[in-house]
Design a protein around this ligand. Structure first.
Ligand code: DGY
Length: 331
């Protein structure tokens, strides 16, 4: 009789992910609504073969050192900035993630944020709820046009490109900045490459789609915000720490830019008494850009696929540290 691998799952995820893992593994599931404390993760990984985690779990070298049997880490998210990839590679642990399946949902939501801020939808909802809607007002809750406005996309990966496709429907001229120039997308979508300063100065909307790395940490701080147009709107559906929150509070309060719409913040969650929550020109939602039923089901299924491949000793179909395989061959 072969013993089943032991897997720790750090939160309840859709059954599309849990069911295939349960079929062949002994699953230990953290049932809490909030993420397990790090002390719990450290204890749980001690005798686990696989870890299925979320972006809210700090998976650092200490966790990997505690998981002496860990053969695979599979995260149900595309972003893996909470995982020390370098440490995982050094320890020969492949890390799975979920690219592609959340691209369209995230791009849809980016547009929802853009429209919400441009057309002041949350303010309109509050207005009605507060009983202030007494008549049609010729000068009330005026927003800005989206149609034909210039969109600047920072980070032209899958999600950035999907946002650009949507923007074409609004006849928006599109600028992009990315460390890698994309002639394919320039030809397909008519997007124009710009350096960061130029993009910030020319865009009516600046939308962030870059990963969080040491290079992008607080990329949008005081200097960048001051380069933007006073009428510009900032959208962040990437990672919170790409934007310096203190600088953004000042930019929104002092009119350096017009508005912001944030799916992600620093910190997360944002405390209810944080100034960004109460500023009328800031829309904040709780990191829900990928939150559709079918997208979360696909993300969970993909996380299971990666986990099970790793447990079988196969190459992960969606691996965030593919260099781990080169390292093992050389090592
Ligand atoms: C991700 O996958 O990285 C998103 O932030 C959550 O869906």
């Amino acid at each position: 009789m072969t013993t089943q691998p032991v897997v720790y799952v750090t939160r309840r995820i859709p059954e599309t992910g849990l069911a295939p893992v349960r079929e062949v593994c002994q699953v230990r599931l953290w049932e809490g609504e909030l993420p397990p404390p790090k002390t719990v993760i450290l204890q749980e990984v001690a005798d686990c073969d696989g870890l299925l985690c979320l972006l809210t779990d700090p998976i650092d070298d200490e966790v990997m050192a505690a998981g002496t049997r860990l053969r695979v880490i599979s995260q149900m998210a595309v972003g893996v900035d909470n995982i020390d990839l370098r440490a995982a590679t050094a320890r020969g642990i492949p890390v799975g993630h979920t690219p592609g399946v959340l691209t369209e949902a995230t791009a849809d939501f980016t547009f929802a944020l853009l429209m919400a801020a441009a057309r002041r939808i949350p303010e309109g909802v509050d207005y009605v709820r507060a009983g202030k809607w007494r008549t049609w007002e010729p000068m009330g809750l005026l927003g800005v046009d989206v149609w034909k406005a210039t969109l600047g996309i920072i980070g032209m990966g899958r999600i950035g490109a999907a946002v650009a496709r949507r923007a074409r429907g609004f006849a928006m001229p599109i600028l992009y900045y990315d460390p890698t120039r994309r002639p394919d997308l320039e030809a397909e979508l008519g997007v124009e490459y710009a350096d960061l300063d130029d993009l910030l100065a020319r865009s009516d909307f600046v939308s962030l789609h870059c990963p969080l790395t040491p290079e992008t940490y607080h990329l949008i701080g005081e200097t960048a915000l001051r380069r933007m147009k006073p009428t510009a709107i900032l959208i962040n559906a990437a990672r919170g720490p790409v934007v310096d929150p203190d600088a953004l509070v000042r930019a929104l309060s002092e009119g350096w830019i017009r508005a912001a719409a944030l799916d992600v913040t620093e910190p997360e969650p944002l405390p209810p008494d944080h100034p960004l929550v109460s500023l009328p020109n800031c829309v904040v939602v709780p990191h829900i850009a990928s939150a559709t039923v079918s997208t979360r089901e696909r993300m969970a299924a993909m996380a299971a696929e990666n986990l099970l491949a790793g447990l079988r000793g196969e190459r992960l179909p969606y691996c965030a540290n593919p260099e781990v395989y080169t390292r093992s061959r050389e090592g």
